[in-house]
Design a protein. Structure first.
Length: 446
């Protein structure tokens, strides 16, 4: 069974995308181009598109586009999906997709791409007459939503919420095929600080779509036992549109999701314990794919944090040297304010389209002194960070740098291990003491 979102084909304005699945048309949504961005992003300030459908079997997808299809090497990302064209022409491509796949079709590279999601069919759809169900039907709804213990929010297919959600309590579910849409709001001009914030215990967020947030998309704050499954975050509209921020939380799982943001895709802030992200596709336009720290609570810890089986489609187009504080990295780790970070793992991470100047890893102990942030008199400590089975596809020269830096006399950065990591660029150690970083093939980095 395949379900499309409309009865007739709809071409995303300005890009001419038309999508058919097993001969049936599927709605295509245009994601607006950025409206608030640093100058270097201007040439990359282009819209892109999104299409989703439900299927319980492998299907044939046909995409037509008004632009020339010239990309030869990375027409479909992630490469780990193994998708190859069955047929392609100057303006058309036909291919197969399996249930659960999340693909990026790039006829001419990262600009004006099409994101396609093959969702498994919904099951156990909640009863709209249940008093504990907040049901939002098709159409546009400019409203803020509040969810409390025992409630379920269901966004029906075609539902568009131009507001925010605050969910505080226990045993809450947020789900559906609808979307939160912030494209009508400017940078920091939306109705609330974040698009969606969840707080409490035993919370599930799944299947919904986030489009063009005015600030952070999904915030998991002071929460425990949270599952985020099969969400699509289609950002890039403004700066500070973090994909998922995990703050003061423990026992959190993020899986099978697509996240594109102008800012950080996944950030762990303030403190965190027992956190896992797996089988996700990440794409950042102007920041980091993963950021841990910077905002740190004095004396708290970050521990048992794992990223597994992750595909990184693209990293930042903003190029800064590794020595710059605001470097944009695949992974940026910043222990500060007397926090301790330990037992952090990056396992089976794949980079499909590395570019010159990309930074693989930066670790920096920080003393935050900027006016808008709390002043930290002391840095934090890192003891235990492992990069294992990292695949970097054809890295160009001067890319995938590693940079480790700490303040003299402050707590040490120790035990950073590279195991089975594809060739990466130069590394630098600044004010580091002893064997802080080990490569199991190359020995200790001095």
């Amino acid at each position: 069974m395949v379900a499309g979102a409309a009865a007739s084909a709809f071409a995303a304005a300005g890009m001419g995308y038309v999508v058919e699945v097993d001969g049936r048309p599927v709605d295509v949504l245009e994601i607006p181009k950025p409206v608030h961005h640093v100058n270097v992003l201007k040439e990359n300030a282009q819209p892109y598109a999104y299409a989703q459908f439900d299927t319980d079997k492998e299907v044939t997808v046909r995409v037509r586009t008004g632009v020339d299809i010239v990309n030869e090497q990375t027409l479909f990302l992630p490469l780990s999906a193994g998708v190859k064209p069955l047929r392609r022409g100057p303006h058309e491509v036909v291919f197969r997709m399996k249930p659960g796949m999340r693909l990026v079709f790039e006829p001419q590279g990262r600009l004006r791409a099409l994101v396609i999601a093959a969702n498994r069919p919904e099951t156990d759809i909640p009863n709209r007459n249940d008093p504990n169900v907040v049901w939002v039907g098709p159409g546009r709804h400019r409203r803020n939503i509040r969810l409390t213990s025992g409630q379920t929010l269901y966004l029906a297919p075609g539902a568009i919420v131009e507001g925010n959600l605050l969910a505080v309590g226990t045993n809450m579910v947020i789900r559906g095929r609808g979307r939160f849409d912030g494209s009508c709001w400017g940078h920091y001009k939306g109705p609330g600080w974040n698009m969606v914030r969840v707080m409490g215990r035993n919370i599930v967020v799944r299947d919904i779509v986030f489009v063009s947030a005015w600030s952070w998309n999904l915030v998991i704050d002071k929460a425990e036992n949270v599952t985020v499954d099969n969400v699509k975050i289609l950002g890039g509209h403004v700066l500070n549109d973090d994909g998922i921020d995990i703050c003061h939380s423990r026992n959190v799982v993020v899986r099978d999701s697509f996240i594109r943001a102008q800012d950080d895709c996944i950030a762990v802030k303030y403190s965190g314990e027992n956190l896992l992200a797996e089988r996700c596709v990440l794409w950042t336009d102007a920041a980091c794919a993963v950021r841990i720290g910077f905002e740190c609570v004095k004396g708290k810890s970050f521990s048992r944090i794992a990223f597994r089986d992750i595909d990184v489609a693209h990293l930042s187009v903003v190029r800064r040297p590794t020595s710059a504080f605001w470097s944009n990295c695949a992974v940026y780790v910043e222990p500060g304010n007397e926090t301790t970070m330990s037992d952090i793992l990056f396992d089976r991470i794949r980079f499909d389209a590395p570019e010159r100047g990309d930074i693989l890893l930066k670790v920096l102990t920080v003393k935050v002194k900027m006016e808008k942030y709390e002043k930290h008199e002391k840095t934090g400590r890192l003891d235990g960070l492992t990069f294992r089975d990292i695949a970097i596809r054809n890295p160009p020269p001067d890319s995938m740098y590693v940079h480790i830096e700490q303040f003299p006399g402050e707590p040490l950065i120790e035990n950073i291990v590279f195991e089975n990591v594809a060739p990466h660029g130069p590394h630098t150690l600044v004010n580091a003491k002893g064997p802080v970083m080990r490569d199991k093939e190359k020995g200790v980095f001095k």
